[in-house]
Ligand binder design. Structure first.
Ligand code: C5P
Length: 223
């Protein structure tokens, strides 16, 4: 029996990679499996929240009881997130959004030539930064995946993007990051609290992240 301690919250979760095509059959992407975001959506639903899951392409099955929106590119993810933002009381951005997309999407398959091929990339919108600008009472949670200077980079992202807290994972550690069922996370918040957690299942990590959401909501309500 799970306590329904997130009843009344509407949690918008993003998960998975984005896919940025440069012709009808080719794209650039990253190794995100979507597992962390799906675990958060699953646990949030179990704990009584209304959940909207905006997901890039993954091989995972949709958690039951969750409103599911399937997207492919970063720009599609942005549109889906912004369309669902007004109802959201919490936004958790676990997606690994591609920072760049090919500047041109050729309508036909690019033919092979003897020459090298150059694909120009341009910046994608930063979704969480846009949300951070119109934050209101919403709790905003971001992720940081780093291969160096983890803590400094995570704090800079949290402050720069107006997040309440950030979940950092160190890509250099065994058992952390993209593809597996486990993760090694640290949680950093605006009060300078720093929680370093051991290796655990992504479902357990999701529960701890949602405990932190609950804690922030409580402290808002007590102020
Ligand atoms: O700066 P970086 O991309 O590492 O920041 C990570 C956080 O920002 C994640 O929560 C990610 O989902 C979010 N993000 C985003 N839109 C982007 C890039 C990252 O929302 N274009």
């Amino acid at each position: 029996l799970t306590e329904k301690d997130l009843m009344g919250e509407h949690i918008l979760v993003t998960a998975g990679p984005t896919r940025e095509p440069f012709d009808p059959v080719r794209f650039i992407t990253n190794y995100s499996s979507g597992k962390m975001g799906y675990a958060i959506a699953t646990v949030a639903r179990r704990r009584g929240a209304t959940v909207t899951l905006v997901s890039g392409p993954t091989h995972l099955s949709v958690p039951s009881g969750v409103e599911f929106l399937s997207v492919s590119t970063a720009r599609e993810m942005r549109d889906a997130v912004l369309a669902n933002l007004p109802e959201a009381t919490v936004v958790i951005k676990a997606a690994a959004v591609a920072d760049y997309r090919p500047a041109v999407r050729e309508p036909q398959k690019i033919k092979k030539k003897d020459d090298d091929l150059t694909v120009k990339l341009e910046r994608n919108p930063d979704i969480i930064q846009e949300i951070g600008k119109k934050k209101q009472n919403r709790i905003l949670v971001g992720f940081a995946m780093e291969s160096e200077h983890l803590v400094e980079n995570a704090i800079a992202k949290m402050v720069g993007k107006n997040m309440d807290f950030i979940v950092a994972n160190d890509l250099t550690k065994q058992g952390a990051g993209f593809q597996g069922d486990t993760n090694i996370i640290s949680i950093l918040d605006r009060d300078g609290e720093f929680q370093e957690l051991p290796l655990m299942d992504k479902i357990e990590a999701a529960a701890i992240i949602l405990d932190k959401v609950r804690k922030i909501r409580n402290s808002q309500l007590n102020n």
